[in-house]
Design a protein around this ligand. Structure first.
Ligand SMILES: Nc1nc2c(c(=O)[nH]1)N[C@H]1C(S)=C(S)[C@@H](COP(=O)(O)OP(=O)(O)OC[C@H]3O[C@@H](n4cnc5c(N)ncnc54)[C@H](O)[C@@H]3O)O[C@H]1N2
Ligand code: MOO
Length: 396
């Protein structure tokens, strides 16, 4: 190849940013809150109500004045008069005076005049109208109005990805519907003469298409709408015909055909007849990845090796598509991890007792390693990890 006119050997962060820069701004749509899992909030969400909506009990028991109950113990119980009941949804309407209490249940509003709770386990009935407390009532077992959030406070920010707890929070804030960004439409194409559908009879030299299954699952997990273009054999004409089916997508992901081989036509198509933003990333696995464009459609060419394609998706493509950074944490290395002079390594690791161990087989064709591993251990360019060092790991 003559001197390339595009960047080569970019860093992982550059690859991520260059892909993100090619993606469109996503419009806002509204979805029912119980269908919002995995979506990205398009606007700030404010609390329409306070939670709790009234000061309430955290326990089943009685509500009383703390001052009346101080000194209560099993040997010297305090006797209070029962004047009513407060249930969740059916509050006690009256005023509670000194020496009095009301039966109360978890989530029920605290009546006027009382400030503390004694749980039912510490109570004994004393005739039909009195109870004995074996310990004082505690103000700490009262949940104050607005203790979780207050009406009109902004509680969730635009850009937040809606995990299950966040869906619950949006509903608790009072939103039946939430504004979210529309899903990114991602077309997905596998390439390679040897690649066949799982279920077909495999001839020697063929391989089942695991990349498309894995990438499609990862895309759905990432909140994308996936348009599966199937599989194209290794010929420029077949690739062009398959890519033409991606009309309407925001981005096309392909796997295979991007390295140094004679039949790596994805690479040739983008370099010779399309547009290239970069070729090759300083990472292993996944070095041969390519980013470019075809008739205005951004195209990210993932390497064919099964581990490589999924690892590049994990650390480059997903963060770019979702805008969510890669989450890493620090662990103690229980084994050494090899470094590479000019590449960031993402080695598969197994976490045991809070330490990360080398999985062992690190070949890019060993798909089992990715399924068995708990994490990718990041060894920066030029670095190496000795046993006992602290390493950054990305959970899988
Ligand atoms: N001389 C060199 N050879 C290779 C280099 C290099 O720098 N110089 N890089 C190696 C690296 S690193 C990788 S990664 C691979 C990537 O190659 P391609 O993207 O061109 O991928 P293919 O050659 O098409 O396939 C590689 C491998 O993966 C299997 N494969 C492909 N698609 C699928 C699929 N959908 N599901 C499961 N498996 C798939 C394919 O059968 C091959 O075994 O290049 C190295 N070579
Ligand atoms: O990058 Mo390749 O992905 O090492 O096998």
């Amino acid at each position: 190849m003559s001197q390339p006119t595009f960047p080569m050997h970019v860093s992982v962060a550059e690859a991520r940013d260059m892909l993100a820069a090619l993606l469109p701004r996503l419009e806002t749509e509204t979805v029912p809150v119980n269908r919002a899992l995995g979506r990205t909030l398009a606007a700030d969400l404010e609390a329409l109500v306070s939670h709790p909506s009234a000061t309430e009990s955290a326990l089943d028991g009685i509500a009383a004045r703390e001052a009346d109950t101080l000194g209560a113990s099993p040997g010297t119980p305090v006797r209070l008069k029962l004047v009513g009941e407060s249930r969740a949804g059916v509050p006690f309407g009256g005023q509670v005076s000194a020496g009095e209490c009301v039966r109360i249940y978890t989530g029920a509003p605290l009546p006027a005049g009382v400030d503390a709770i004694c749980p039912v386990e510490e109570l004994e009935d004393n005739g039909p109208e009195h109870v004995l407390l074996r310990r004082p009532a505690f103000p700490g077992d009262v949940r104050p109005e607005g203790g979780d959030f207050r009406a009109s406070e902004v509680i969730m920010r635009a850009g937040l990805r809606l995990s299950a707890p966040r869906v619950a929070l949006a509903a608790a804030l009072g939103h039946a519907e939430v504004p979210v960004r529309r899903k990114l439409r991602v077309a997905l194409l596998s390439t390679g003469d040897e690649v066949i559908e799982p279920g077909a009879v495999l001839q020697p030299g063929q391989v089942y298409d695991s990349n498309r299954a894995g990438l499609s699952a990862m895309l759905r997990e990432s909140g994308c709408e996936v348009s599966e273009l199937g599989h194209a054999p290794d010929s420029p004409a077949s690739l062009q015909a398959a890519i033409a089916g991606a009309g309407g997508a925001d981005v096309l992901l392909t796997s295979g055909g991007v390295s140094m081989g004679k039949y790596d036509f994805m690479r040739d198509l983008l370099i010779e007849r399309g547009r290239v933003a970069f070729w090759k990333v300083r990472m292993r696995p996944g070095g041969p990845a390519i980013l470019g464009g075809w008739n205005g459609l951004p195209v990210f060419g993932l390497p064919g090796n099964p581990v490589s394609s999924l690892v590049v998706f994990h650390v480059v493509v997903r963060p770019a598509l979702t805008g969510q950074p890669v989450q890493s944490l620090k662990l103690r290395a229980a084994t050494p991890f090899r470094g590479l002079k000019d590449k960031t390594a993402f080695w598969r690791g197994v976490i045991r007792d809070g330490e990360v161990h080398d999985y062992g087989q690190q070949g890019s064709g060993i798909l089992r390693s990715l399924s068995d591993a708990d994490a990718l251990v990041i060894v920066p360019e030029g670095g190496a990890v000795e046993t006992g060092d602290t390493v950054d790991v990305v959970l899988l």
